[in-house]
Design a protein around this ligand. Structure first.
Ligand SMILES: [Zn+2]
Length: 366
């Protein structure tokens, strides 16, 4: 099988990066379609408009209605066609960005993605998650290309809630361990080929950056400021984790996360928070050495990422074991990335690993 690396064509990051968006957009188009939700539009609309005008790029701004659904994609696509725009700019959270990717794909035109949060590693990927009008998961839509440009304004991101920033680190924490497992099994990645040395190096650098700068960055964000550590973590959460997962593979941690989405008790948690516990569970499945387990436990505790079932919102009662078995069965469903582990994984093994991870987490805390 071939090795494949895929990534956005250009990644731009720094303070007030959005005030340079005109310069980079001009490479792609002279007339663009800009989408953002009401809140984000009021925050950045003027800065983006000014930068585009400065570089002779005309634009049509349209509000995103809040759900990345088929109807919303068709509604926005119709307005785009009416206005004859040549590229799409999406600014905001995951749903806005996924919608921008989908709208650009509909018209086969370039897309510029600008995240205002770093709570997941989705911005750089060639993928959207579609929901129904009611907000239930609909399907994944995979594109032949990654976004043309990902532009990350670290001034805006450093003002976002700290819990979202930490959740992004939880998502990024899984990248190296999933890449290591999936590549050991010689399984294909989301990029449709085998992992390369480059993909694995990015995944490893992602983990090292989290350990080096995660805690410093969290404290800076709590103070509402950006520092070099914050800049490094934004790069880790977005680029290193994004290109890392796409080009070097997913494995048990994300599959176990998907299992936990079934439990109503866990609905208040962010993606990266559940992925962090999924990572701990994967390490138990792999019987990872004590030293590595302790590093991950220490990191999660410092960040405030969950390491016990209680922290995930699950109480120890007679129904708990049945629920955990449900999670374990779902995480081993056909097509799940848990089958990228270098050994066969059964629901019984996942069930045991979840309960053992919980006990290890409890022991670490008390
Ligand atoms: Zn993820």
């Amino acid at each position: 099988m071939l090795k494949v690396i895929q990534s956005p064509s250009k990644y731009i990051q720094g303070p007030d990066a959005l005030s340079h968006i005109g310069q980079y957009t001009k490479i792609l188009a002279d007339h663009v379609f800009v989408i953002a939700d009401n809140f984000v539009m009021s925050l950045i609309g003027d800065a983006v408009d000014n930068s585009l005008k400065e570089h002779d790029v005309t634009s049509h701004f349209e509000l995103f209605h809040g759900e990345c659904s088929q109807n919303e994609i068709l509604r926005l696509s119709a307005i785009l066609v009416e206005n004859q725009c040549q590229a799409v700019i999406g600014i905001g959270g995951g749903k806005t960005l996924d919608t921008a990717k989908a709208v650009a794909y509909e018209s086969q035109i370039p897309v510029v993605i600008s995240p205002t949060l770093v709570s997941t590693d989705a911005p750089t990927s060639a993928l959207s998650v579609l929901y129904t009008e009611l907000g239930e998961f609909d399907r994944y839509q995979v594109y032949p290309q990654n976004p043309n440009i990902v532009l990350v304004d670290t001034t805006i991101i450093s003002k976002a809630p700290v819990r979202l920033f930490v959740a992004g680190m939880g998502d990024a924490l899984a990248t190296y361990f999933e890449a290591r497992a999936s590549s050991a099994a010689h399984k294909p990645t989301m990029a449709g080929g085998l992992a390369s040395k480059t993909g694995l190096a990015l995944a490893k650098l992602c983990y090292e950056t989290l350990l080096e700068d995660g805690y410093k960055a969290k404290l800076a964000i709590e103070a509402g400021v950006s520092t070099p550590a914050v800049e490094n973590i934004i790069e880790a959460n977005t680029y290193l984790s994004g290109v890392g997962f796409e080009s070097s593979g997913l494995a048990a941690a994300h599959a176990i996360h998907n299992g936990f989405t079934l439990l109503e008790e866990c609905h208040h948690l962010y993606h990266g928070e559940k992925v962090a516990f999924g990572t701990l569970t994967q390490l138990v499945l792999e019987n990872s050495p004590n030293e590595e387990l302790e590093t991950v436990l220490d990191f999660c505790t410092q960040m405030g990422l969950p390491i016990t079932l209680e922290q995930l919102g699950l109480r120890d009662n007679e129904k708990l074991h049945k629920k955990i078995m449900q999670v374990a069965i779902a995480s081993c469903a056909e097509g799940e990335t848990i089958h990228n582990m270098p050994f066969t994984v059964t629901p019984e093994q996942v069930y045991a690993a979840i309960l053992a991870a919980d006990r290890i987490g409890q022991d670490w805390l008390y």
